[in-house]
Design a binder for this molecule. Structure first.
Ligand code: UDX
Length: 432
């Protein structure tokens, strides 16, 4: 099938690569000429395991190409995926201006029947909006359909998620349009949910908000654990063993970050309010999440009441492992707060340091975790990269001024660390 993917961000690029890999002829279009040029040279704008290899292979086999000529891409394809950004506006509502400008272009270039598929995360009702904009701009008497096909992939495992989705959701107003999109997923062994456009749009927000709620829930339980002597890891394991609850997204820590959960939870709360439904639960989810860094810092402050001249080694900067994405990364606020209290920061991340340099200055970037540990008063683990599990802890400890460790993700086994002489502080495991 001839497909265009408008927008080569996270979702667009991965979607385009995967559809090409499944044998379709894909054009990835983006208004950013520099990005397009680099993609045509095989250089990825993001770090994502397996992406570069997949893109290059499909480029070589001429199933995937990139262009900044969005009009051309629309004119020459039968299915057009909208994969542009939907950032939050100041009040938290979703900014649909990029979606709107693509819809205008689709209208103007509608030279034959097309299925327009919205993959960007958009508030319920956006499908109707896109339809209206295309109708207003179309110059010919050809038909089109607007379908919602939300994407559930996670950064860091995007390719694997796109190839093995937990489910495929297709929201369409006609059977033909739904079948056309379903054909694209025919080779994947995933349950398919065909529904109306509005439900499909809401499924995405409901899923992300529910997962965010699970994280905030366990973080609130972690606070109780700290006061009561309970251990949140033990609690979460046994709570998650109930199949009705499930073990995933029950890791207490510094809270959720990234490009999706923070903005999607706010957006759903605003949409609900607009529709006259008060979703107070979501406000509490956000409040708990927003409080995580302050709570963590208060624990560090208890151990180091005077931070002037303290040196902290921060392990991990990306918002989560296996990505270089710094959007809503907890490292940023943690480091800012520690610096404001007089501490000096050394930091190391396996892939996110280039992006971090644009956001966090006045710290020393190190080329390894050991560099971070040298002469440090404490190590603060912010992002649980797998390589941090493989560290030689004796060497790390020997380099430090004092063997203190704050584990913001409950990544390490406290008993093991303590037996190695570390003063260990996790989340939800006792008071400081
Ligand atoms: C999320 C959804 O999982 C995905 O389906 C959707 O398409 C986009 O948003 P992503 O933002 O890539 O994906 O990351 P995810 O792995 O879901 O983690 C989100 C945040 O929650 C991270 O900051 C992570 O550290 C945090 N988290 C996750 C926890 O704090 N505890 C957990 O138990 C799980």
């Amino acid at each position: 099938m001839k497909i265009s993917v408008i927008g080569t961000g996270y979702v667009g690029l991965v979607t385009g690569a995967v559809f090409a890999d499944m044998g379709n002829e894909v054009v990835g279009a983006d208004i950013d000429q520099r990005k397009v040029d680099r993609l045509n040279e095989g250089v990825m704008p993001i770090y994502e395991p397996g992406l570069e290899e997949m893109v290059r292979r499909n480029q070589a086999e001429r199933r995937l190409r990139f262009t900044s000529d969005v009009d051309w891409a629309i004119q020459n394809t039968e299915v057009v995926f909208i994969c542009v950004g939907t950032p939050p506006k100041n009040g938290g509502e979703t900014d649909l201006s990029f979606v709107e400008s693509v819809a205008v272009k689709i209208g103007k270039n509608l030279n034959g029947h097309k299925v327009v598929v919205n993959k960007s995360t958009v508030p319920v009702g956006t499908g109707d909006f896109v339809k209206k904009v295309v109708l207003m701009n179309k110059r010919t008497d050809v038909d089109f359909e607007v379908v919602s096909n939300p994407e559930f992939l996670r950064e860091g495992s995007a390719i694997a998620d796109a190839l093995n989705p937990s489910r495929v959701v297709i929201g369409a107003s006609t059977e033909d349009a739904a079948m056309k999109v379903m054909e694209l997923y025919a080779t994947l062994e995933a349950p398919v949910f065909i529904t109306d456009v509005a439900s499909a749009e809401l499924i995405k927000y409901a899923s992300n908000a529910f997962l965010a709620m699970k994280i905030s829930f366990i973080n609130a339980i972690a606070n109780i654990c700290e006061k009561s002597g309970a251990n949140v890891t033990e609690v979460s394991k046994a709570v998650g063993a109930d199949q009705r609850i499930g073990p995933e997204f029950l890791n207490a820590g510094l809270g959720y970050g990234g490009s999706c959960f923070p903005k999607d939870v706010v957006s759903l709360e605003r949409t609900a309010r607009k529709l006259g439904c008060d979703f107070a639960l979501l406000r509490e989810v956000m409040k708990i999440n927003d409080g995580r860094v302050d709570h963590f810092i208060s624990r560090v402050t208890k151990r180091f009441p005077n931070m002037k001249d303290c040196v902290f080694g921060v392990l991990g900067l990306a918002f989560k492992p296996n990505t270089d994405d710094m959007r809503e990364a907890k490292s940023v606020t943690i480091i800012q707060q520690l610096i404001s209290m007089g501490a000096k920061i050394k930091a190391y991340d396996p892939v996110a340091m280039d992006n971090a340099r644009d956001i966090i200055s006045d710290i020393t970037y190190c080329d390894s975790a050991y560099g971070c540990a040298k002469d440090a008063d404490a190590i603060i683990l912010v992002t649980e990269w797998r390589e941090f599990r493989l560290l030689d802890m004796r060497r790390l400890g020997d380099l430090m001024k004092s063997k203190v460790m704050f584990d913001g993700r409950n990544f390490y086994d406290p008993e093991k660390k303590k037996s190695m002489g570390f003063e260990y502080y996790g989340i939800g495991k006792g008071e400081i």
